[in-house]
Design a protein around this ligand. Structure first.
Ligand code: MLT
Ligand code: ZN
Length: 458
């Protein structure tokens, strides 16, 4: 049988499983699944299949294994490393129809949901019970639970509740051969064997396809206060955060922005700039805690003296202040003449300031034609390096320059976005040969034919 005949037979089998209406082949319908949000990563899909239940996902994967058709699992397609778009004729397996929150248990503080439930949907369900979902990120209305678990997403609340892996209690997932793996216990303590939910978290769809997740919920902090503070140096942000923590304030979020980023957002959203005089850097910090947190936060800013160039504070959720941070992604995308090269990095805390200074100076020296906008989760040592106006011919050289620098700082080439297609060729900068061998062995053990998301990670 030729490849084309195999694909035709596979698509007929898939239509039998999910119904012809859920196997999309019309180029107009498929197009949105073939390109990522940034417009930088795209490819061609054999078709898009949209199963509506775990048993359909299992039958789809068994059929793909029989017909040797590679599969790219896809949730909200909001990832930033090209990890959920096909490259060359794979089947896109969309999990969006698994969109039901099946249970919120307010006593165990857990949420059970299909992989296609969005983060915003999970947040609403949790809040209906006086609880909250521990992950929050700007793409909350589209990003799905299957996607954030598959990529071990971080987001703006990581400083408070940890990353997605810390919230995963159980999973239901389908292996490449169609077997359904269920690790689903509402137990706080359960120490039997390997941590398979932890392993599937962050596996970027290479080990199994998640169909349901059992997530921990959190008790939200009481009222919060948000401050936007103009500062001279990145290290000043760390000094302020240390001082706030020492007074007993609980850090809910701590985000760094630059003058160039805030300026871009102000223009893009047609809002005013936050202060009369621009500061080189901005710290957006949200705090909670017992007592009068407003006066304690003001006390921290006061005690910091000339380190604070300017500041404004507001009661949470303080959407207007958060908008300066949350609109960064769309503002950089709208203002760049080329798809933005997005590099999500981390460094040890003590060196994040020096790293950003070196990076900015090095880039303007070597690549004067591009613009750089850095922002990110400063308390996690995580900086999102966004490179605008990068001609296609220099993308690789620029990426290599940035990755070399972060490696010299003993940092990571991926803090929270994952590896996907974007960073696969550089994975050895952050993992040793033996580490990579073990990861490859695990992948082969679970998916011997290499059908699941074949172009990501390695
Ligand atoms: C964020 O923190 O806003 C996200 O990681 C998205 C981005 O890097 O653009
Ligand atoms: Zn982020």
């Amino acid at each position: 049988m030729t490849t084309a005949q195999r694909h035709t037979a596979a698509l007929a089998a898939l239509a039998d499983i999910v119904g012809p209406a859920h196997v999309l082949t019309d180029p107009d319908l498929v197009a949105g699944y073939e390109t990522d949000w940034t417009g930088r990563w795209h490819g061609h899909a054999a078709a898009v299949v949209r199963p509506g239940s775990t048993s359909e996902v299992a039958a789809v994967l068994a059929a793909c294994t029989r017909h040797r058709l590679p599969v790219v699992p896809q949730g909200g397609n909001t990832g930033l490393v090209g990890g959920s778009v096909p490259m060359d004729g794979e089947l896109v397996l969309s999990l969006r129809r698994l969109s039901e929150v099946t249970e919120v248990d307010p006593v165990a503080r857990t949420l059970a949901a299909g992989a296609g439930v969005t983060v915003a949907q999970a947040q609403r369900a949790a809040r209906d019970h006086g609880l909250d979902f521990g992950i929050d990120l700007a793409s909350r209305d589209t990003a799905t639970l299957g996607g954030i678990v598959s990529t071990n997403a971080g987001g703006v609340r990581m400083i408070r509740y940890g990353n997605t892996r810390a919230q995963v209690l159980g999973v239901e997932a389908v292996l490449a051969d169609g077997r359904v793996l269920t690790r689903w216990k509402q137990l706080t303590k359960d120490n039997v064997g390997y941590d398979l939910p932890g392993l599937l978290t962050g596996a970027e769809g290479t080990l199994a396809v998640l169909t349901k997740v059992l997530m921990k919920l959190v008790i939200p902090g009481d009222a919060t206060q948000v401050a936007l503070v103009g500062i001279d140096r990145v290290d000043d942000a760390l000094t302020l955060l240390g001082a706030a923590s020492r007074t007993g304030l609980v850090l809910e979020a701590a985000e760094l922005m630059t003058a160039a980023g805030v300026d871009l957002v102000a223009r893009h959203t047609a809002t005013g700039r936050p202060f009369t005089h621009a500061a080189p850097f901005y710290l957006l910090v949200e705090v909670s805690g017992p007592g009068d947190i407003e006066s304690r936060l003001l006390g921290v800013l006061d005690d910091a003296g000339s380190l604070v160039l300017d500041a404004t504070i507001a009661s949470g959720p303080a959407d207007k202040l958060w908008r300066y941070r949350e609109a960064h992604t769309e503002a950089v995308a709208a203002s760049s003449r080329t798809p933005v090269v997005k590099l999500d990095l981390s460094t040890p805390h003590r060196s994040i300031g020096r790293f950003i200074d070196d990076l900015t100076a090095g880039l303007s020296d070597r690549f004067p034609q591009l613009r750089v906008i850095c922002f990110g989760h400063v308390a996690d040592g995580n900086v999102h390096v966004n490179l605008l106006d990068v001609p296609a011919a220099s993308q690789e050289r620029v990426t290599e320059f940035v990755f070399d620098l972060v490696t010299r700082y003993d940092g990571s080439i991926s803090a929270e976005h994952g590896i996907g297609r974007a960073k696969a060729r550089w994975i050895e900068l952050s993992r040793s040969p033996v580490d990579i061998d073990v990861m490859r062995d695990i992948r082969t053990a679970l998916d011997p034919a290499g059908l699941l998301n074949p172009h990501v990670l390695f």
